[in-house]
Design a protein around this ligand. Sequence first.
Ligand SMILES: [Cu+2]
Length: 333
Amino acid sequence: MNSVLKFAAVSLLASSAASAALAHATFANGEVKPEGYVAAVLQVPHGCDGKATNEVQIKLPEGFISAKPMPKAGWELEVITGDYKKSYDNHGKAITSGAVEIRWKNGDLPDGFYDTFTVYGKVSGIEGGSALPFVTTQLCGTDGKVAWDEIAPAGTDPHSLKSPAPVLTVAAAEDTQGGHQMMHGNMHGNMQGAGMAVSDPGGMAPAKIGDVELSGGFTRAMLPGQPVGGGFVTIHNAGAADDRLVSAESPSAGRVEIHEMVMQNDVMKMRQLNDGVAVPAGTTVELKPGGLHLMFMDVKKPFVEGETVDLKLTFEKAGTVDLVLPIGPAKGK
Ligand SMILES: [Cu+2]
């Protein structure tokens, strides 16, 4: 409510020919843990075309919550707060607002020097394996500006950009079992948007193949830089024989895996099910957020709310069925 600047239109900062070829502003951090706290250290390697930097502005992306900047001697600090797009669960407490932009102002960082600017916060609701871009602007005096505001579409190399927004890479944490770490422990049984209604946008045309009926399928819009996404559908086996979902594929993804969520040493992990999912005779199996799900991997173009994704599911006995999944709001909305 209180943010004027929060969604201040994607600033088409007239590409001030960001001191081409020089080092980019980047985070010093390696991969960060999903649902982990991190001191994100922004490195500012140069000024604006030779001019000293007097202000550094970092827009905090959705999914970077409870943020606090580290004060710097010689710089004034401004913290702009506002509502998050989503609600985040922090050990049972809903967090819906906080810092959305940090500005270090009225400092002096000569072009020949290097400095760092640190903001501490929690990465939340972000799928492992994705990148969180922080749109950053350097101001130099009244007319100098470097805008680090380009965001690489999923699957493309950020190095191909001229002035890429610095990104924090969220670890996929692949382990030997092919699982990836999703959430830390102590979740009280709540996962992915904790306690929120399953966001089924509805509208998937029910489908049938043999004795298998499919309904309520959906996926979710992806955040910029997020290369993976979940797929959900309800499977009912109306027949007298057991069946099994053995594989899935989609033209929108490099591959589609079948995953389950499991608690391991107090840590919630996703694990690929190489044998698929059993659908015993007369039962209904729900692929849903926080449980069994499909995982769209190597997605080239991020899913956009309101569009659809083609999906092919293959059952051991019933055969292959084509579905069109509507794309609902991004996770947790
Ligand atoms: Cu998964």
